[in-house]
Design a protein around this ligand. Structure first.
Ligand SMILES: [Zn+2]
Length: 326
């Protein structure tokens, strides 16, 4: 591309940005010049992409996936059905909560890796003694228990469904599909509406969560311990539809109707990244939809909440498994 696909400004050697096809904050590694200008990249980065990051980056860290801008102090809250919280840090090491009450009544809360907890308390005591000339203080600690905890996202204390999704989340997923489409060199005209939605110039009426029960239909062969991101792009000239299917962590699964009056070439392209190794994966994605499916797209996604929850729970299980190994 010689110009930004979002705003159309011509690249002049200073305004060409390095865009990640899939957001780097969730482990995307493939990046490309010639897609977005610096201004658009920044605008999306601090807007719609930030929304997606806030919802999903805890999973990036809990799964131990590397990225460019690593978070230094990671304290991810997990919540049990009883309402108890457990904090885990980088590398899934359980962190205990330490609350120190200062003589003036002020409370300081810190999260400390369990292995260093005792040592930390001793240091803390010595510090307080020196600073306030007091010999003892009360400490509160919360040790991790053996219960089932749900992972929270960075946005809210709500569980599972409530804190995920939303208009800007879908806009960011649409951008992933459009990045892939443009990167492959196809005509911009067929994704013009998708670009308008990304730019918030149009409402999202094209991207919806999409889950089917695997006993009914297997979209792709998901390995037992696989954690991947998948982008599948399909253009069907005879049915006049262009659509994309995106899986993030195999649990945020979204179908995007990019164009329902499509006259471009037949397309069947897939990109998948194994998040544990960072390697590109071979994937056969089997999702063949007709025009009528897209008319009821907003209903299909709603019908499969059980499968959605199962996919989410699967990732949590993998994270729990990794925790036990620590
Ligand atoms: Zn631009």
């Amino acid at each position: 591309m010689d110009s930004c696909y979002s705003c159309g400004v011509r690249f002049d050697g200073t305004n060409n940005s390095l865009e990640h096809i899939i957001n780097n904050s969730i482990g995307g590694r493939w990046k490309s010049r010639g897609l977005l200008c610096v201004a658009c990249n920044n605008l999306f980065g601090s807007g719609i992409d930030q929304v997606l990051n806030d919802q999903l980056e805890n999973f990036t860290d809990l799964l131990g996936i590397s990225r460019q801008r690593e978070r230094k102090d990671i304290a991810v809250p997990m919540k049990s059905p009883e309402g108890d919280f457990k904090i885990v840090g980088k590398g899934l090491k359980p962190h205990s909560k330490l609350t120190t009450i200062l003589p003036d009544g002020k409370k300081i809360t810190e999260y400390v890796e369990d292995a260093q907890f005792k040592e930390f308390i001793e240091q803390k005591k010595a510090q307080l003694k020196k600073k306030y000339s007091i010999s003892s203080e009360r400490f509160y600690e919360e040790k991790p228990g053996g219960k089932y905890y749900k992972i929270q996202n960075s946005l809210s204390n709500e569980e599972f469904d409530i804190g995920f999704g939303g208009e800007d989340f879908f806009r960011s997923v649409i951008k992933i599909a459009v990045n892939f489409y443009i990167k492959l060199g196809y005509e911009i005209e067929w994704v013009q509406l998708a670009i308008s939605v990304m730019r918030k110039e149009a409402e999202n009426e094209m991207a919806y969560f999409f889950y089917v029960r695997p006993e009914r239909y297997e979209i792709h062969n998901l390995g037992e311990n696989e954690v991947s991101h998948i982008i599948h792009l399909r253009g069907d000239k005879s049915k006049r539809v262009l659509y994309a299917y995106v899986e993030l962590f195999n649990m945020q699964n979204v179908l995007i109707r990019l164009n329902s009056d499509y006259h471009g070439p037949d397309i069947n392209k897939t990109y998948a990244i194994d998040l544990k190794t960072g390697e590109v994966m071979q994937k056969d994605v089997n999702i063949i939809l007709g025009r009528h499916h897209f008319e009821i797209l907003h209903l299909i996604g709603r019908d499969n909440m059980k499968e959605k929850e199962a996919r989410y729970r699967r990732v949590e299980k993998l994270i729990e498994k990794m925790q036990l190994r620590e």
